[in-house]
Design a protein around this ligand. Structure first.
Ligand code: ATP
Ligand code: PAF
Ligand code: BAL
Length: 294
């Protein structure tokens, strides 16, 4: 595996590969790799000739009171894991390389960000869209692989490539989970022992919500999720939402897909999770049967 730190070297490498007719699969990350990231690399390996992984903790997508400084980092471990997963190139620029100055131009996201993390992390998706615009220009991928744990990010990135005509196919990949159902996340290391034990209730609440939703409306389902999480965890519920996907608007019967999403703050970790399901609202029972499932 080759490690490249400069944008120029990365672009030169890609130009050579493209000249030789090789397709490029790209997995952008912020490092501190886990099996979720590795599953994206394995998928990329199956679908492209060469796999480029980037590790860059992007300051533009963190708010002033967020965890940019203490975001977990371990480059030596990441290097080993990425190589074992079959990455051909690790792009590892520093902040000065990506942002030598305050950017003259940044990308501003207009839709799909009024709810969920976009609502609580002001400017977050502008930062994500800006760094991905740069990374897509640097890596010129044919396909880019993103985890559906960050489903709102996937919805925004699809909007970015459609609106700006990036010649890249965005592949949304399923969420890898621990054996108790907790979604893998770099931020899971922030959980205390006690918090880790109760964290499986996040996924439990998403599963229960799917069955509640066959009898309750979306608002009632959200309330039941909040109650369940408050009873089963010491975390603070930031949001529990049922929305259309990918537009992330209040659901209506004509929507094809729904997302059930949550965010819970523990003492040091803010965790998110979701499931994306076919719209079952139109199949709900009669008024008398509504919300009978506890
Ligand atoms: N459990 C997972 N399964 C599949 N993909 C994942 C998983 N967790 C993260 N990813 C994906 O890996 C890519 C890089 O994500 P990132 O480096 O932010 O890791 P992360 O674990 O999501 O970090 P954090 O949860 O702390 O934000 C993103 O596309 C993200 O959706
Ligand atoms: C896509 C990404 C690497 C952009 O910084 C980041 O948001 C992430 O790791 O999901
Ligand atoms: N995976 C999402 C990146 C972030 O939380 O900033």
């Amino acid at each position: 595996m080759i490690i490249l730190n400069s944008i120029q070297d990365m672009q030169k490498y890609i130009l050579q590969e493209k000249t030789e007719g090789n397709s490029v699969g790209f997995v952008p990350t912020m490092g501190y790799l886990h099996e979720g990231h590795l599953s994206l690399m394995e998928r990329a390996k199956n679908e492209a000739d060469i796999v480029v992984v980037s590790i860059f903790v992007n300051p533009l997508q963190f708010g002033p009171n967020e965890d940019f400084d203490r975001y977990p980092r371990d480059f030596e471990r990441d290097k080993k894991l990425a190589e074992e997963a079959g990455a051909d190139v690790l792009f590892y620029p520093d902040t000065k390389e990506m942002y030598p100055d305050k950017p003259v131009v940044t990308v501003s996201v207009n839709r799909r960000t009024d709810a969920l993390c976009g609502k609580s992390r002001t400017g977050h998706f502008d930062g994500v869209a800006t760094v991905l615009t740069k990374l897509f220009h640097i890596v010129s991928p044919d396909k880019a692989f993103f985890g559906l744990k960050d489903a709102q990010q996937v919805a925004v990135v699809r909007g970015l490539v459609d609106d700006f005509n990036f010649p890249v196919e965005i592949i949304g990949c399923e969420t890898k989970r621990e054996s108790d159902g907790l979604a893998m996340s770099s931020r899971n290391v922030y959980l205390s022992e006690e918090e880790r034990k109760e964290a499986h209730h996040l996924y439990q609440s998403l599963q229960k919500a799917q069955s509640w939703l066959s009898n309750c409306d979306s608002g009632e389902t959200e309330e039941k999720m909040i109650k369940y999480l408050e009873e089963h965890t010491a975390g603070t519920v930031e949001y529990c939402k049922v929305l259309s996907y990918p537009e992330l608007l209040p659901p209506v019967k004509d929507d094809k897909k729904l997302i059930i999403a949550l965010s819970v703050r523990f003492s040091k970790a803010r965790l998110i999770d979701n499931v994306i399901i076919d719209n079952i609202l139109e199949k709900q029972g009669s008024e008398e049967e509504k919300c009978s499932v506890i």
